[in-house]
Design a protein around this ligand. Structure first.
Ligand SMILES: Cc1cc2nc3c(=O)[nH]c(=O)nc-3n(C[C@H](O)[C@H](O)[C@H](O)COP(=O)(O)OP(=O)(O)OC[C@H]3O[C@@H](n4cnc5c(N)ncnc54)[C@H](O)[C@@H]3O)c2cc1C
Length: 291
């Protein structure tokens, strides 16, 4: 199918109408950092492209009622430059700061990263650790979906052809909680990450872990919760002993999940370094604010 038109999306409503009209033959484009490559490689052949990158309501970051809502067309650079993502949300900023190059961060969007559904998508593990929800619209209605459930089908992408990811929302973590992130890429710049880990950890007055959510990227078919690690750590005292527990538990899950894969020995080693980095970042935050 030849591409015969590019629409400059002006509003969410107009985009939803176009998606309905072109009934599976339209492709949304935000930053284009994935779409353009797919077009060039003839992996996709839409009849029309709908550019959503200039729609104001999709480019907003809002903080209200203890909740942050990020429009789907918000770029990595917008996140990196916003001080909402300092302090205990720094893990999300760190993930965005480590994406590709400045050019990719200026164009690439959070919505595109999620919709593209790569197992190596960097913004997703911290958002899963935060318990983020997706706000999805079509011409027939709206729905909310927990980000971690988004990947639970075999194809990895549960957005339908007539749907627009409008925004991503999550509760702002409490002061006794810290979002950590670490990534091992192949090269420093332009790296598509090979392994990423993120955790949201909360401690109580006795320095025991009272809440924990851990998520990984690229150590499975899609980014996912690491529930065995969470179960192994909940209630434990937050000190360097938990590192050993976390490493053993994560490696045991990986041994089952990645059995027979040539990358398993490398990834087993990689997670040791990644968990150490997250632990150190968490410790310095807790030392500063709560301990
Ligand atoms: C050189 C290079 C380096 C890269 N490095 C990294 C990296 O380090 N880490 C990383 O995670 N990624 C990396 N990427 C991948 C890419 O930049 C990201 O996935 C980016 O976030 C995609 O966003 P985009 O706005 O460019 O998406 P687009 O290319 O515009 O769209 C991607 C897909 O999402 C769909 N889509 C976009 N927005 C919506 C929406 N609101 N609702 C529904 N569907 C939508 C599109 O139709 C398309 O299928 C890299 C890419 C390149 C080319």
């Amino acid at each position: 199918m030849a591409l015969n038109q590019v629409f400059n999306g002006e509003s969410k409503i107009q985009v939803l109408e176009l998606l309905k009209e072109y009934n599976g033959k339209a492709k949304l484009i935000a930053g284009g950092t994935d779409v353009i490559i797919a077009l060039r490689n003839n992996k996709i052949s839409p009849k029309v492209l709908i550019d959503i990158s200039k729609i104001e309501e999709l480019r907003r970051i809002e903080s209200k009622d203890n909740k942050i809502t990020i429009g789907s067309a918000v770029t990595y650079t917008q996140i990196v430059e916003n001080n909402l993502f300092d302090s205990n949300l720094y893990g999300f900023k760190k993930a965005c700061r480590l994406v590709g190059s400045p050019q990719i961060r200026n164009k690439g969007t959070i919505g595109g990263n999620i919709a593209n559904a790569s197992p190596a998508a960097d913004s997703i593990p911290p958002l899963i650790a935060l318990g983020a929800k997706l706000n999805i619209s079509s011409s027939t209605g709206e729905r909310k979906l927990l980000l971690e459930d988004y990947f639970n089908d075999m194809k990895g992408n549960t957005l339908k052809a007539d749907e627009l990811l409008v925004s991503i929302e999550f509760e702002i973590p409490k002061k006794n909680q810290i979002l950590g992130f670490s990534k091992l890429g192949l090269r420093k710049a332009l790296a598509i990450s090979r392994v990423t880990l993120s955790s949201l950890i909360g401690i109580d007055e006795d320095i025991n872990i009272e809440s924990i959510r851990v998520a990984s990227g690229s150590i499975g078919k899609y980014p996912m919760r690491e529930k065995e690690v969470e179960e192994a750590l909940i209630g434990k005292r937050f000190n360097s002993e938990i590192l050993k527990v976390a490493v053993n538990s994560l490696q045991a899950s990986m041994d089952t999940r990645l059995v027979g894969r040539s990358t398993l020995p490398y990834k087993r080693k990689a997670v040791i370094t990644l968990l150490e980095e997250v632990y150190k970042d968490n410790l310095s935050y807790f030392n500063e604010v709560t301990l």
